[in-house]
Write a protein that binds this ligand. Structure first.
Ligand code: APR
Length: 332
């Protein structure tokens, strides 16, 4: 893995990416990362033969998709040694009627083991946690591993924001490529889609909606429905799938974060990041815009919130705090 390559006379090393959890998201992640040649991939799962089977299946598409990375499945943590980036999806997904918080104790046990092994075998890695309940799992990973906080983050906001942007694009009949929309706060029903900042190539979305309906009242009604759908989007998919939760879009979201880190793109992405006083929050992981580059979370971007937005953000932060408190009460 990550053998030395010679390119234009220079020695270069392909990055190594470890994916912990070879279920639905882990499988799609493997394929997306291979197709983009972000690095060599090790897919780990506790279920015997599952990651090996998925890795082989995906690797055998190399002759079609023409990627030159190694894809390996394993049940042995030793194989993740010295990974540059680790993405964690290990855990159980939501079943219909279950909240993300119901998963808390089951997934906390799993996350503890994962964190101990990542610490042992990939001590210098940058880590993206996807497992739910996200805000608690990312906190637990950081505490158990002791990694510096800028090297540990969670995926939630990239997906929530993509859902928000997609619904806006559908409503306005414009390309989603021109929609900028962001969701802050925790990865739960209290998340805060920022309506005031949502725009289409700089034009405020509310202005476009008011023009479309020729009514400020109707525009607000339509936007309220989009916001509500965004907040409940994960549950909408759980209800349809019946046997699990969303996996294509979470994998796409984490791939965008991984690429920004591995290519040092410094994209500004809504990230579940550790706050040290920013947004008036100290010592908690909360979804905020952050610059992602080769060092992980390189900068938290603070934006001004009006009274209403701040109230919603604080409500969301309180939900994160109570989730973390529940986890502590359970002894984690
Ligand atoms: N170590 C490694 N992998 C584990 C462990 C463990 N201790 N325990 C379970 N797993 C594996 C399972 O074997 C399974 O293959 O984690 C994988 C989870 O995959 P799925 O059940 O398909 O769940 P997925 O849809 O991929 O979601 C994973 O992300 O969005 C969240 O809520 C979601 O917490 C869930 C996680």
């Amino acid at each position: 893995m990550s053998e030395n390559l010679i390119f234009n006379g220079e020695k270069m090393e392909r990055k190594k990416i470890a994916l912990i959890g070879g279920g639905q998201i882990g499988g799609v992640l493997t394929q997306l990362i291979a197709q983009r040649e972000l690095g060599d991939i090790v897919l780990y799962d506790i279920v015997e033969d599952l990651p090996q089977g998925k890795a082989l299946d995906i690797a055998e598409a190399a002759g079609i998709d023409l990627f030159d990375v190694v894809v390996k499945g394993t049940n042995d943590y030793k194989d993740i040694s010295d990974a540059h980036l680790v993405i964690i999806t290990a855990g159980l997904p939501r079943k219909p009627g279950m909240s993300r918080d119901d998963l808390l104790s089951t997934n906390a046990n799993i996350m503890k083991t994962v964190a101990e092994n990542v610490k042992a075998y990939a001590p210098n890695s940058i880590v993206i946690v996807i497992s739910n309940p996200l805000d608690a799992m990312v906190t637990l990973f950081q505490e158990v591993s002791g990694f510096p906080t800028h090297r540990v983050m969670g995926q939630s906001g990239v997906l929530d924001s993509s859902r928000f942007a997609t619904f806006i694009a559908w409503e306005l009949g414009v390309s989603v490529k021109n929609v900028n929309a962001m969701v802050l706060g925790g990865h739960g029903d209290t998340m805060v889609p920022l309506v005031r900042y949502a725009n289409v190539n700089g034009i405020p979305v509310m202005e476009l909606l008011e023009r479309k309906y020729n009514s400020a009242e109707k525009a607000k009604e339509v936007m309220d429905a989009i916001v509500q759908r965004t907040k409940m989007a994960g549950g909408e998919i759980v209800k349809l799938l019946k046997t699990g939760s969303a996996f294509y879009s979470p994998a796409a979201a984490a791939t965008a974060m991984a690429k920004s880190i591995l290519y040092d793109e410094k994209r500004v992405l809504p990230t579940c990041a550790y706050l040290k006083g920013e947004y008036g929050v100290d010592g908690y992981y909360v979804g905020v815009p952050a610059v992602l580059g080769k060092n992980g979370v390189e900068k938290i971007i603070e934006i001004s919130l009006n009274d209403e937005e701040r109230k919603m953000f604080e409500n969301s932060v309180n939900a994160v705090k109570s989730l973390v408190a529940d986890m502590k009460r359970l002894g984690y």
